[in-house]
Design a protein around this ligand. Structure first.
Ligand code: KG4
Ligand code: ZN
Length: 352
């Protein structure tokens, strides 16, 4: 056990300042500060506000994580940090902090991909990932279907959203329904009281669209359909059945996500599916994914909600796996890369 690396991970790609500490696949600490409330009145994350909040929260989160884990910084074997993708200014705060720690402690630095970290985090709850595993990552910033033969070095994107991310669609539809930001948890909650009564469109699931975008997603047409439906009710002076609209919208999103994820498993002969990202906290997504996986003989792995949303432990989990597998660390010159491709698990030196 002691031979396993003690890794500190830093996540600052969006509005969460996360610092996690793991030993091997054991989670020791996961400290999070969120600036989500500072963005709420703008209805979306404001990059400059997020960057400043990361600056304020970084040192307190590092301290708190060390206290919770019962370790000193000098015990840490390696530092991992989200190098991208994400908001440029926000990423820079984490990358600069990670470089300072790596330099002052004289330990290796791993600049890692945020999406790969969303996959790797499952190891902290369910043990080592099977290889290959299929991953469905759905959050406010991304919706991706990934075939993952090796989370530390071989990630193959099968599809992604062509417009809004799944979480973004939840947030925008919540706004139309007068629910607060971020809207996903509110839609999830009110849907529990609603009926799936309205047939909203399932983007890119039939005909030529499906042929050309087999594993891609599109949620902007759905969002517009919901907005039009609500507008029509309002124009007619009729009350909007918020819970029914929310439940019907949620059903459309979850149906498409799970349908395509299971199709990808079948076509690629993969029998394990892992979910990640903030939308993986959605109760209907978890239930439908479980039903469809059971029916298809696929084993579903869903980390608990706190590990699905952005956090530092996921970055530490990926860093730890990279140390264990002998992957090369980065240099102090490694970049923060706001549009880092998912195929790059580690930051490419010289990229910007
Ligand atoms: O992974 P995350 O914390 O941050 C990034 O966007 O990277 O995901 C946040 C997103 C938001 O869009 C939020 O509305 C959505 O996840 N979300 C949910 C639920 N909880 C969070 N969406 C649907 N149902 C939920 N229960
Ligand atoms: Zn994320």
């Amino acid at each position: 056990m002691r031979d396993e690396p003690l890794v500190l991970g830093i996540e600052t790609s969006c509005d969460e300042t996360g610092v996690g500490i793991v030993r091997g696949v054991t989670l020791l600490a996961d400290s999070i500060a969120s600036s989500v409330e500072e963005h709420a009145r703008f209805g979306g994350v404001v990059p400059e506000v997020a960057s400043r909040a990361h600056l304020d929260a970084m040192v307190p989160m590092i301290r708190r994580a060390c206290e919770t884990a019962g370790v000193a910084l000098t015990d840490v074997d390696a530092i991992a940090v989200t190098a991208g993708p994400g908001l440029a200014g926000a990423l820079l705060v984490g990358v600069a902090a990670a470089k300072a720690l790596s330099f002052s402690l004289g330990i290796p630095l791993y600049g890692v991909n945020h999406l790969a970290a969303h996959v790797a985090v499952d190891q902290l709850q369910h043990g080592r990932l099977p290889e290959p595993v299929m991953a469905l990552l759905v959050s406010g910033g991304h919706s991706s279907l990934l075939l993952v033969p090796d989370v530390t070095g071989d990630i193959r994107p099968l599809g992604a959203t062509v417009d809004d991310a799944a979480g973004e669609a939840f947030d925008k539809v919540a706004r139309v329904l007068g629910l607060p930001f971020p809207g996903g948890p509110h839609i999830d909650r009110v849907s529990g009281e609603g009926r799936i009564a309205i047939e909203f469109p399932r983007g890119l699931t039939s005909g030529r669209d499906m042929q050309e975008h087999r594993f891609d997603f599109s949620f902007s047409g759905l969002k517009t359909a919901v907005a039009r439906w609500v507008e029509a009710r309002e124009m007619a002076g009729e009350p909007v059945p918020v819970a029914d609209v929310a439940a019907s919208f949620q059903e459309a999103v979850v149906d498409v996500l799970t349908r395509k994820a299971l199709l990808a498993c079948a076509e690629h002969g993969v029998d394990h599916l892992v979910l990640g990202g903030g939308v993986a906290a959605n109760s209907r997504l978890r239930a439908m994914a479980q039903e469809r996986c059971d029916a298809a003989g696929v084993l579903l792995r869903v980390p608990r909600p706190a590990l699905c949303t952005d956090n530092g432990a996921m970055v530490a989990a990926l860093g730890s796996e990279m140390v264990v597998r002998g992957r090369s660390p980065g240099s102090l010159g490694l970049p923060a890369d706001s549009s880092m491709p998912v195929t790059d698990v580690s930051a490419r030196e010289g990229a910007r």
